[in-house]
Design a protein around this ligand. Structure first.
Ligand code: C2E
Ligand code: CA
Ligand code: CA
Ligand code: CA
Length: 279
């Protein structure tokens, strides 16, 4: 099953992290991988706690290395950022998502909004919003189907520049979320004037939610302040029923995690869309 596959995938990718060949070789392999279709996408649904329905899905990148087997994006994405491959990698993902959306539109499958992880490097490129348009226009797919996940790190840039950039990207129709919130230097006061739709509280605050009262206080504070700013809050990495009920109690808007669904292959994700996506 998909669940089993993803589990063994995680297992192997963890081993791999410990014994990866030289970084140099790996990034050359990654360059080849982009050209030779060793990459593919999986989709993990996010659920709206107001009606328990699937609201969107985050697409996550997978690399099946011909000799080493699966390698985690936690390994190869940072490597791509260091080696200058990241623009090509992000471009590959955007193109693959646009192509997938076109296939779903042709099949009349009512897919939810698709969230794409985007490196700050690509986002900050001067012509990024044009590129985004060009890619999705090619497949005649509206950017209203798309959300971009940016990590908090992007926000340490000059605020006026970021505001302008976010505005221009938002004008394409795509929505924006801030990923891994709480781990970086940013704060809600910095976010308050930015055109952002969601913030995703980092998994590290969710992990110990059932035992650590400090983390619960932080999560509650983020949710309260976000409400004041009309921002919806996503909790990522929800793994237990107890975490889920604490998050409901705290009036968290949206949840994502293994408890609700693992990242799914395209086929499994399509089967889930066909059923009613209710938790
Ligand atoms: P992220 O954006 O914070 O993604 C969430 C990660 O948590 C994913 O790991 C996901 O599979 C995992 N996850 C989801 N629910 C749970 C849970 O309940 N428990 C646990 N333990 N983990 C959970 P993944 O797929 O290995 O991705 C790692 C990171 O790699 C991502 O972190 C993101 O920063 C980056 N990444 C993944 N796909 C892409 C991509 O297409 N483009 C770019 N630029 N970066 C990507
Ligand atoms: Ca993400
Ligand atoms: Ca995250
Ligand atoms: Ca992360």
């Amino acid at each position: 099953t998909a669940r089993k596959q993803e589990q063994s995938w995680l297992y192997f990718s963890q081993i791999k992290e410990q014994q990866v060949e030289s970084k140099m070789e790996l990034w050359q392999d990654l360059s080849t991988a982009i050209d030779e279709n060793q990459l593919y996408l999986v989709f993990q649904p996010l659920f709206d706690l107001s009606n328990n329905a699937a609201l969107s899905a985050e697409t996550l990148l997978r690399w099946n290395h011909p000799e080493l087997g699966p390698i985690s994006p936690a390994v190869f994405v940072p490597l791509a950022e260091q080696s200058g491959l990241i623009s090509r990698l992000d471009h590959w993902v955007l193109n693959a998502v646009a192509k997938q959306c076109r296939a779903w539109l042709d099949a009349e499958l009512p897919f939810p909004k698709i969230a794409i992880n985007l490196s700050g490097i690509s986002f900050l490129r001067s012509n990024f919003e044009n590129k985004l348009h060009t890619i999705f226009d090619q497949y005649d797919v509206s950017l209203e189907h798309i959300e971009l996940e940016l990590t908090e790190g992007v926000l340490i840039e000059d605020l006026a520049r970021i505001q302008d950039k976010l505005q221009r990207v938002r004008e394409t129709g795509a929505s924006i979320s801030i990923d891994d919130f709480g781990t970086g230097y940013s704060s809600l006061s910095r976010i308050k004037n930015l055109p952002i739709d969601h913030i995703k509280i980092d998994k590290s605050f969710i992990d110990d939610l059932d035992a650590n009262t400090q983390d619960l206080k932080i999560v509650q504070a983020i949710i309260l302040m976000a409400q004041g700013l009309q921002l919806k809050v996503v909790a990522e990495g929800v793994e237990t029923e107890l975490q889920l009920s604490i998050l409901r109690e705290a009036k968290c808007d949206i949840v994502q995690g293994y408890l609700l669904s693992r990242p799914l292959s395209v086929a499994d994700f399509e089967a889930l869309i066909d059923e009613d996506l209710i938790i």
